[in-house]
Design a protein around this ligand. Structure first.
Ligand SMILES: O=C(C[C@@H]1CCCCN1)Cn1cnc2cc(Cl)c(F)cc2c1=O
Ligand SMILES: [Mg+2]
Ligand SMILES: [Mg+2]
Length: 567
């Protein structure tokens, strides 16, 4: 492809709102353009990378007998009402009406659609197991889209669904998928770890996420320094070992605490460590508000709340809701004398008494609040994130943290959808039983970004050759020089029989061309410059500074050697 004909709007400066490296480089290298928040157009070089990632995914799915389909993006609400998920999701599920006022969602995932697709077909155990997959656009109305394609609202996913007559068959496909994902993420050049994860409201109880290691990653991986334990922090159980530091019960005392709105400030004000403070959070669980109590040095784990209350529809209450319920701002709320909403507490809250908590009056706190005397706790539970260094469950060592980008996930779904949607098959005894399902996703557009996060330098992307937009960047340094243009044109015709070639034939200054070539990040470069008249060109790698001047008679061999040497 000639660069004078393609569309790669590289930028000199990057818009300030781009925070992650991949977001900056996607914009600077002219790979994406934002249409709206979290919604992007993929420009030519990005589209070519997506094609290659999708092709790798397709190959590995078909290798384990996955069968490709393409389901609709618009999903009729009736299906989500059958599965009970129409009300289980909040504003993240984009909903709309057609011209006849029929309700639809923009598909965030396709369990309901695929189950409705097979329930009229897969009626006999003889047709099982079967795995259907698609590579398709998804929509999830994220509250805070950010980091470009890492957390978009519209994104490309490979989603696969498998159907089985028994658990053993599901286990087999789950393992096949697990291994196929290993191959996919290895082939696209990612440094990744599979981790135990929380299956959330999707159902089932066995799931692994595939995490690309990157500091920008929003997920925290908990791993062990002495075992092969690895889990998403959302899932990592906190082992509660009682360690009561109780002091003699004291009288409840209300104190004025001007300007004290955080646990740390209250701790400083009271001259105690922040773990002696108890924070109160108000959470809306579907339509009911509850209070969660947690020690000042811990954070509430929203996924553990969703798992405990068995719903995805959980949101932190906003300031107005808190004011309406408790009559005070978030920094001054607490459990004392609160009886119109239920109070839940993290296990570790049991270890201390005579608590310092908000007084439900702005600018005031209580000292010496004690459970049973001053407030009731509905239930204690594991509602927090584990801290680095704490013991892992089952003596698997101490928790260590790493950031990850979730690029894939495999689930054992069980019969959650087949039962609710009446998708049954006749077993060997002719008895109707619900299909057993698995589902498996790869974030295709997110994988593109994750690769950039792991493969770049300060000048631009360094594509692994398996998914680079092109193989070779051919640059005529000064096409106004007849000898250079002629030789470059000749090499373009020659090289494109062996490689995908991007040919920079533009009448731009050399500096612009080299900057753009570094940004675009193709594995190997052939530069036609001043020595064109002697038939000498320069071959250069993008991943290191290795380069070599070579006569065009030897170019093919040298270029093959350079290309083979690149990862
Ligand atoms: O998508 C999955 C499970 C698997 C992942 C692999 C491919 C098949 N699905 C989980 N999940 C995540 N976010 C969602 C967001 C919305 Cl708004 C929704 F309505 C449903 C879901 C939802 O179900
Ligand atoms: Mg996640
Ligand atoms: Mg997930």
């Amino acid at each position: 492809m000639k660069q004078s004909k393609i569309f790669i709007p590289t930028l000199r400066e990057v818009p300030a709102e781009a925070e992650s490296v991949s977001h900056k480089l996607l914009l600077k290298a002219g790979m994406i353009k934002q249409n709206a928040s979290g919604i992007y157009s993929y420009l030519p070089t990005a589209k070519r990378v997506l094609n290659k990632i999708e092709q790798i995914v397709r190959e590995e799915m078909e290798r384990i007998d996955g069968v490709e389909v393409l389901m609709p993006v618009l999903q009729q609400a009736e299906l989500w009402k059958e599965s009970g998920r129409w009300d289980a999701y909040g504003p993240e599920l984009m909903r709309m009406k057609d011209r006849n006022s029929r309700e639809f969602s923009l598909g965030p995932t396709h369990e309901e659609v695929v189950t409705s697709l097979v329930r009229d077909e897969l009626k006999s155990y003889k047709r099982l197991p079967i795995t259907l997959f698609q590579i398709q656009t998804k929509f999830r109305d994220e509250k805070r889209p950010r980091f470009g394609l890492l957390r978009g609202r519209e994104f490309i996913m490979k989603d696969a669904y498998s159907f089985h007559a028994n658990e053993a068959s599901l286990d087999e496909t789950y393992n096949d998928m697990y291994n196929a994902y290993h191959k996919i993420f290895t082939r696209v050049g990612l440094n990744f770890r599979p981790v135990l994860a929380d299956s959330g409201a999707i159902g089932g109880d066995h799931t692994h996420e595939f995490m690309a290691l990157a500091e920008i990653g929003e997920d925290t991986i908990v791993y062990s320094d002495t075992s092969d334990f690895a889990a998403n922090i959302e899932k990592t159980e906190v082992v509660y070992t009682p360690n009561h530091e109780h002091t003699p019960i004291k009288e409840l005392e209300k104190v004025e605490t001007p300007g004290v709105h955080t646990a740390q400030k209250l701790a400083d004000f009271l001259n105690v460590t922040v773990d002696k403070i108890v924070k109160s959070m108000i959470v809306k669980v579907e339509d009911e508000y509850v209070m969660i109590l947690i020690r000042g040095n811990h954070e509430v784990n929203d996924v553990k709340l969703k798992s405990y209350f068995k719903t995805e529809n959980i949101e932190m209450a906003n300031e107005n809701e808190i004011l309406n319920i408790l009559g005070a701002k978030p920094g001054s709320i607490g459990p004392v004398h609160v009886d119109k909403i239920k109070i839940y507490a993290d296990n570790d809250v049991q270890d201390i008494n005579n608590l310092a908590v908000g007084a439900n009056e702005d600018g005031y706190h209580y000292l010496n609040a004690n459970v049973d005397r001053d407030f009731n706790v509905e239930a204690y539970g594991d509602f927090r994130f584990i801290l680095e260094g704490e013991s892992l469950p089952n003596n698997l060592g101490k928790a260590k943290f790493a950031e990850g980008i979730e690029v894939g996930q495999v689930f054992k779904l069980g019969t959650k959808y087949s039962e609710s949607m009446n998708a049954t098959f006749l077993d060997e005894q002719g008895k109707a039983r619900p299909l057993i399902m698995g589902c498996y996703g790869v974030g295709v557009s997110r994988t593109l970004s994750a690769v950039i996060e792991q493969h770049h330098d300060d000048r631009g992307v360094i594509w692994p050759k398996s998914i680079a937009p092109y193989d070779v960047h051919l640059i005529a340094i000064n096409p106004k020089q007849e000898a250079q243009l002629e030789l470059a044109d000749q090499l373009y015709d020659q090289l494109r029989n062996h490689f995908d070639v991007l040919y920079d034939d533009r009448k731009e200054r050399a500096g612009v061309k080299f900057n753009d070539a570094d940004l675009i990040g193709l594995p190997v470069r052939v530069m036609v410059g001043k020595q064109a008249s002697e038939g000498i060109v320069e071959v250069k790698r993008r991943d290191n500074s290795e380069s070599q001047e070579v006569h065009i008679d030897d170019l093919q061999d040298v270029l093959n050697a350079f290309y083979d040497a690149v990862k």
